[in-house]
Design a protein around this ligand. Structure first.
Ligand SMILES: COc1ccc(Cl)c(-c2nnc3c(C)nc4ccc(C(=O)NCC(C)C)cc4n23)c1
Ligand SMILES: [Mg+2]
Ligand SMILES: [Zn+2]
Length: 342
């Protein structure tokens, strides 16, 4: 196994052969899924906490941090997209954001720590179905949280808290009571912000902050920036090379179409996006990129010029989807099916 400190120096020679990727772990174009599988993720996470200075700053015991990370990894299910490799990819992107000097200047150490932990935990115990599905099918989670909305996200936070209460897994044991309360409040807000519906309700406030420029004296700006960095990390797969982004989208549609199949079996009619007979994947991707992903990376690259390259690769990927869409139109082939995604 690779020593945690050596993870950051992983180069193309050491990483198992995989599809196109950037050889350097510390670059935005690095494909986190190329790192392999199994407990190398935990070692990579340990080296991220180390590199960000959190282990020393908050006196984490390595054994406790390792146990926490293993319980987080175990907390994810084996679903096509919302599994631990998604959480790791999100955490890796967040790690790269937190190293940017202007982010270090903008956020407190406690906010940066909250972001990294929230990223790794933000989809714990995801079932591969949407919030709408929880409500329609009256799942146990809906019974628990339907009155407040963001059903899945409240569950992801609840699971995070329960891991912290497990034997020798409380990484925040060295924090003061006030710090502990602050970190838990931050993590809760950040995980709740990963509900796309919640994000879309906040976009105008984020746009306002970008227009006037980040003001570190405003608590609201700290909150909006943490939410924006979280959402960008959650969508960061789409900022990689198109082959990788296309393959990831394929996993998302495996979840969507399985949910559609389930809804049909339950006698409900799925929305077009979930229906493998009706969905036109490139069209859905174009709409998602235009309405959600591109604006997020547009705002973040206005605040952080270092992110311009990721915004540009998102635009390139959008063009690729547009080409795929026109090919499907011309051929007039039945739009359903994911074969062209392989
Ligand atoms: C930030 O939280 C989430 C939660 C769940 C998912 Cl799957 C995603 C997500 N991450 N990458 C993607 C890609 C590449 N395509 C997507 C296409 C559609 C949708 C979708 O939910 N459309 C409904 C509409 C109300 C926006 C989400 C997509 N998505 C993000
Ligand atoms: Mg989520
Ligand atoms: Zn996610």
């Amino acid at each position: 196994s690779i020593a945690p400190e050596d993870i950051l120096r992983l180069t193309v020679r050491d990483i198992p052969a995989s599809t196109s990727y950037h050889p350097d772990f510390t670059q935005f174009s690095f494909v986190p899924r190329s790192i392999g599988a199994g407990d190398i993720y935990v070692e990579a996470c340990l080296s991220m906490f180390k590199e960000l200075g959190f282990i020393d700053r908050y006196r984490f015991r390595r054994r406790t941090l390792a146990r926490f990370l293993l319980m987080v990894q175990k907390g994810y299910r084996d679903v096509p997209y919302h599994n631990f490799s998604h959480a790791f990819a999100v955490g890796h992107f967040c790690f790269l954001l937190l190293r940017i000097p202007s982010v270090k200047a903008a956020l407190t150490d406690l906010e940066r720590l909250s972001l990294l932990v929230a990223c790794l935990c933000h989809d714990i115990d995801h079932r591969g179905t949407t919030n709408a599905f929880q409500l329609q099918s009256k799942t146990p989670l809906a019974q628990l949280y339907s009155s407040e909305g963001s059903v899945l996200e409240r569950h992801h936070f609840a699971q995070t808290v329960s891991i912290l209460t497990m034997e020798d897994c409380n990484i925040f044991e060295g924090l003061t009571r006030k710090e502990y309360q602050t970190v838990l409040d931050n993590i809760r807000e950040i995980i709740l912000a990963t509900d796309i519906a919640a994000h879309l309700r906040k976009v105008s406030r984020i746009k306002g902050m970008v227009n006037v420029g980040f003001d570190g004296t405003q608590q609201e700006h700290h909150y909006l920036l943490m939410c924006l960095l979280m959402t960008a990390s959650d969508l960061s797969d789409q900022s990689k090379d198109f082959n990788n982004s296309k393959a990831i989208a394929g996993n998302i549609y495996k979840e969507f179409f399985s949910q559609g199949d389930l809804e049909k079996q339950m006698g409900n009619r799925p929305i077009e996006m979930m229906d493998r007979e009706r969905a036109c994947v490139p069209k859905i991707q174009l709409e998602f990129m235009d309405t959600v992903a591109l604006p997020v990376f547009d705002y973040i690259s206005h605040l952080l010029p270092e992110l311009t390259s990721t915004y540009n690769s998102l635009q390139q990927n959008r063009q690729c989807w547009a080409i795929l869409d026109s090919i499907l139109q011309e051929e007039g082939t039945s739009p359903a099916g994911l074969d062209f995604l392989q």
